[in-house]
Design a protein around this ligand. Structure first.
Ligand SMILES: Cc1ncc(C[n+]2csc(CCOP(=O)(O)OP(=O)(O)O)c2C)c(N)n1
Ligand SMILES: CC(=O)[C@@H](O)[C@H](O)COP(=O)(O)O
Ligand SMILES: [Mg+2]
Length: 618
């Protein structure tokens, strides 16, 4: 990964600000080439980053970063920002263990003003920063950069609602590329499309260049120019109704439009909203043509693009879910599938095509997704909410108050349970067993392999109460599921091997490691299957004929499945010692899944070590 000419001399935004304005398009070209090369070697989020190269250059050129605060939404578009803020070399270790994060992270750089990964937080955070500056009498700017997908979330509107009357000196930049991960959905998308419809946007594009791009830097003239553009294309937008001064749309790849506009906006007081149009994947034809494929990529050869895998690939849990969903939908017309903007990642592409009338992409709106499912269930439909563990955190009150309290049979297919790898702590799904098991009425299942995952989905579907099946990112042992809709007995685990002295009580993704450890230790191994209702009978039996029980789970050890094991023993007055293996009480960094598990002692060797060290200490 070599930097070229201009880029190799940029080690901070101050270096960038020393360049002649005319050199910036060349810098953008170099930066884009660098990103394509770099991300092709490390993997990461490509399309969004290619779309924000010029915007990032313009922001650092105009604003006095890091004093002025740039708050990136989601943060999956921050690579140009990382490169320009002294982390060019670090890009070779992007998202790798010990390397820099794929998202802005406060401990990584003073330019990363706010840690992100989850969407739609930027306006709230930037508003907080703007009002803090006011309280402290500091003269600095707060800028939120938010995508059109992220803009659709409730949080973003809660923040607009507050900011519009908060007398805050802040700028919201809407980076509108007419894409979420999938094509955008919802009424906001229709509003934005109207604002940027070709005729009006083209007028604005020309006017923007001529009237803002070459306007003298006089506040009043700039204001009039902007008003003129605004008046022509967007009289009274939604954002103005919220109390923002709306400007745009302008071409987000045109530095001659971006820089003078930002310079002028910098001088204006109050809440301002700049609508910028970009293209996801800009400058790399393959990504421009298929921004979904290039949204998040593994390593690939930049000259050839992503190639489809040769030979039969191992099934992922996500695919197991997607296949089951289509099969169950065929068998039962009451099934409806819901995704909060994660159609591809959640394995719902085929379902969305085959059952378009029963498929709901509700946008980045996890809270709404959960309550919407509750409403559907009230009317006798069978909603399946496909959601990443980490994003279910957003819908927690809705899960408790709207679904579980009313005992509605909503099925939560919770993907990315456990450590997800390169996305790191913002995306690890390491708390769900703790935060869901404590909710009354919930049934909680953890499949040990792909076949069991399918059976658990069918089991959940047959229940008349809310349920969750949580499975990890990627594949499991390679078991090919039987293509039927058979169910499992609720609340029953199974013994995988009989041994002596020690019993390993394993949950979900760590069952295979537990079985391997069990062989080495000659221990009994139970695949517990259910965290709730937990198989109390099995626990009592194992407590009766072993001197140590070991719970093993890929979840925070605090409040997780192991706590349920201990609860069962305590309630029955059984005093057999329990060693609880799981994730420690700290956030786990990014890195490869297997490597992280090994470091945390949750692979076969780690389990063996933990058991031996516990038994020698006794
Ligand atoms: C709360 C939450 N839900 C879902 C996601 C997954 N996600 C990451 S980026 C993205 C699309 C965002 O679209 P947009 O803001 O328009 O940015 P773009 O990808 O177009 O650059 C989604 C759904 C997330 N990060 N956070
Ligand atoms: C930024 C974001 O939230 C998503 O793009 C996420 O990184 C997807 O993760 P998966 O690769 O596990 O689908
Ligand atoms: Mg977008």
């Amino acid at each position: 990964m070599t930097a070229s000419r201009l880029l190799e001399n940029i080690n901070s935004p101050a270096d960038l600000r020393r360049l002649d304005r005319k050199q910036l398009p060349q810098l953008a070209t170099e930066l884009r080439a660098f990103l394509i090369d770099s991300v092709s070697k490390t993997g990461g989020h490509l399309s969004s980053n290619l779309g924000t190269v010029e915007l990032t250059i313009a922001l650092h050129a105009v604003f006095n970063t890091p004093d002025d605060r740039l708050v990136w939404d989601v943060g999956h578009q921050c690579y140009a920002h990382k490169v320009l803020t002294g982390r060019r070399e670090g890009m070779s270790g992007l998202r790798m263990h010990g390397g820099i994060s794929g998202f802005p992270k406060r401990c990584e750089s003073q330019y990363d003003t706010f840690g992100v990964g989850h969407s739609s937080t930027s306006i709230s955070a930037a508003l907080g920063m703007a009002l803090a500056a006011k309280h402290k009498g500091e003269d600095r700017k707060s800028i939120a950069i938010i995508g059109d997908g992220a803009m659709s979330a409730g949080m973003a509107f809660e923040a607009l609602n507050n900011a519009g009357v908060a007398d805050a000196d802040m700028l919201v930049i809407l980076n509108d590329n007419e894409m979420s991960i999938s094509p955008p959905v919802g009424a906001l998308n229709n509003i934005l499309t109207r604002l940027t419809s070709s005729k009006t946007y083209n007028v604005a594009r020309e006017a923007g260049r001529h009237m803002l791009g070459f306007a003298p830097p006089l506040l009043e003239l700039a204001r009039r120019a902007e008003e003129h553009v605004k008046g022509m294309i967007a009289p009274g937008t939604l954002f103005e109704e919220f109390g923002f001064h709306y400007y745009g749309p302008i071409d987000g790849h045109d530095l001659d439009a971006l820089i003078p506009t930002l310079e002028n906006l910098k001088k204006l007081k109050g809440p301002k909203f700049l609508h910028v149009i970009t293209k996801k994947g800009q400058g790399y034809k393959l990504a421009e043509n298929d921004p979904i494929l290039y949204h998040g990529v593994g390593k690939f050869a930049a000259c050839d693009g992503i190639q489809s895998a040769k030979g039969p690939a191992k099934l992922t849990y996500t695919q197991v879910f997607g296949d089951w969903l289509c099969d169950m939908a065929k068998a039962d017309s009451r099934l409806v599938g819901i995704t909060p903007a994660m159609r591809e990642g959640s394995g719902m592409v085929r379902f969305s095509a085959e059952h378009a009338d029963r498929y709901y992409d509700v946008g980045i709106a996890e809270q709404h997704a959960v309550t919407f499912a509750a409403g559907l269930a009230c009317e006798g439909l069978k909603p399946v909410v496909a959601i990443y563990s980490t994003f279910l955190q957003r819908g927690y009150d809705q899960l408790v108050h709207d679904v579980a309290l009313q005992n509605l049979p909503v099925i939560f297919a919770v993907d990315r349970g456990g450590l997800v790898g390169a996305d790191g702590p913002t995306h690890h799904g390491t708390f769900d067993l703790s935060f869901v098991t404590c909710i009354p009425n919930m049934v909680v299942m953890t499949p040990a392999d792909e076949g069991e995952c399918r059976k658990m989905l069918s089991t959940a579907y047959a229940l008349d109460c809310p349920s969750m099946i949580r499975y990890p990112r990627g594949g499991g042992t390679g078991v090919v599921p039987e293509m039927n809709l058979d169910t499992l007995p609720v609340g029953k685990g199974e013994i995988r091997r009989r041994g002596k002295d020690v019993a390993l009580l394993a949950f979900g993704s760590l069952v295979p490691a537990a079985v391997a450890a069990g062989v080495e230790l000659d221990a009994t191994v139970a695949n517990m299957r259910f965290v709730k209702p937990i198989d109390a009978e099995l626990i009592v039996e194992l407590a009766g004929n072993h001197s140590l029980l070991v719970s093993i789970e890929e979840n925070a050890v605090i409040g997780g499945a192991g706590s349920e094991v201990e609860r069962v023993l305590a309630e029955r007055g059984l005093t057999v010692p329990v060693l609880r293996l799981g994730l420690p009480d700290r956030f786990i960094d990014h890195g490869e899944q297997g490597q992280l598990l090994a470091e945390l002692g949750l692979d076969k060797d780690g389990i063996v070590r933990a058991v031996r060290s516990h038994t020698t200490q006794q």
